[in-house]
Design a protein around this ligand. Structure first.
Ligand SMILES: NC(=O)C1=CN([C@@H]2O[C@H](COP(=O)(O)OP(=O)(O)OC[C@H]3O[C@@H](n4cnc5c(N)ncnc54)[C@H](O)[C@@H]3O)[C@@H](O)[C@H]2O)C=CC1
Ligand SMILES: Nc1nc(O)c(N)c(N[C@@H]2O[C@H](COP(=O)(O)O)[C@@H](O)[C@H]2O)n1
Length: 293
């Protein structure tokens, strides 16, 4: 086995018990002959890093490093504990993320095989990723077998331009063990706007074999999943809070309220079973959204 590369991260054993009660079972403990069919959705963890003023980056379309070294390593430990990592196309374009697990001992980082590497999932209804895919980090890492080939979630359409993109992305992904997954979009009756429903997306990922999914962002994806109608789909929330203010104009996490009427407003949600832990200069908050059932 080759030694871990210099960019391999270390997350100490002593930091792990804090997270353990919340996490899905480790993939290596899964019995492959007994898939968890008890729910149509993956165990879904929503996790991101934010500033003291709730921003996840300084401005739209830009990446901002908020996590310190300790919480960055924690994020990679979380990646190792989930079958997939999901981001929206806004994040894929802004950050060119690696979406792999660079934890020491994991496949490609001192370990063998890709067993502990999560599957990158990019939600990209119209195939905008095609413009950057070839040179992206996620493709480079998949070619080097330091990450899995990505799955790109697109929307069914009869638009020939988008269909051309579907085919081109699919061809690109074939070579690295990735694929395109098509989901039927839903139409908003009032606005006529087409969008993907998170229940449809998550159920499809489960059918494709992901029992656990870590959703990392970005702003639209997080704010949608925190809306009341989708909270049932979120099993766990882990937020890194960095001791910094990014100021006005930042990309803010703040989900839409059901009723925006003044004087008639109530909180969108509140985490239960919370635990806070300092890691380096940052604090990590774990909690669960109350489910009605
Ligand atoms: N600090 C942190 O932990 C993180 C920060 N970020 C930051 O977030 C920003 C990106 O946020 P956004 O631009 O909001 O991008 P995003 O990653 O949320 O992607 C938004 C795009 O995804 C697609 N999409 C998402 N939900 C959809 C739905 N229900 N139906 C159809 N299409 C859907 C649409 O094409 C939409 O334009 C970047 O600045 C990035 O650096 C991203 C991830 C984590
Ligand atoms: N945990 C965390 N802390 C930050 O400070 C961040 N900016 C992010 N961003 C997310 O991580 C992705 C980058 O991942 P790679 O290290 O390139 O694999 C980025 O796309 C965001 O999803 N996360």
């Amino acid at each position: 086995m080759s030694p871990p590369p210099r960019d391999a991260l270390h997350f100490p054993q002593s930091s792990r018990p804090f997270l353990e009660p919340y996490l899905p079972l480790h993939r290596s403990w899964h019995n492959p002959y007994l898939p968890d069919d008890s729910t149509p959705f993956p165990f879904t963890t929503l996790t991101f890093a934010q500033s003291l003023d709730s921003s996840i980056s300084l401005a739209p379309g830009t990446q901002t490093a908020l996590s310190g070294p300790e919480t960055k390593a924690m994020t990679h430990y979380l990646r190792a504990r989930h079958d997939g990592i999901l981001v929206g196309i806004g994040t894929a374009l802004a950050d060119d993320p690696s979406l792999n697990c660079r934890l020491e001992g994991v496949g490609g980082y001192g370990g063998r095989g890709l067993n502990m590497q999560p599957r990158p999932v990019i939600v990209d209804p119209k195939g905008r990723w095609l413009d950057v895919a070839e040179g992206s980090k996620v493709m480079k890492l998949a070619r080097e077998r330091r990450g899995r080939g990505p799955w790109v979630v697109m929307a069914w359409t009869d638009d020939s331009e988008v269909l051309g993109r579907v085919n081109a992305i699919d061809r690109l992904l074939e070579g690295v063990g990735g694929k395109v997954l098509m989901v039927e979009p839903r139409t908003n009756k009032e606005t006529e706007e087409k969008r993907l429903d998170w229940g449809d997306v998550l159920a499809m990922l489960k059918r494709e074999g992901l029992d656990s999914l870590m959703v990392e962002g970005g702003q639209r994806v997080i704010n949608e999943l925190l809306r009341e109608e989708y909270q049932e789909l979120v099993n766990l929330v882990i937020i890194t809070i960095a001791p910094t203010w990014l100021g006005q104009g930042g990309v803010v996490v703040s989900p839409e309220r059901k009723s925006a009427e003044q004087g008639n407003a109530s909180a969108v949600g509140r985490l239960t079973n919370t635990r806070w832990q300092q890691m380096g200069d940052d604090v990590v908050l774990c909690g669960q959204l109350p489910h009605k059932k």
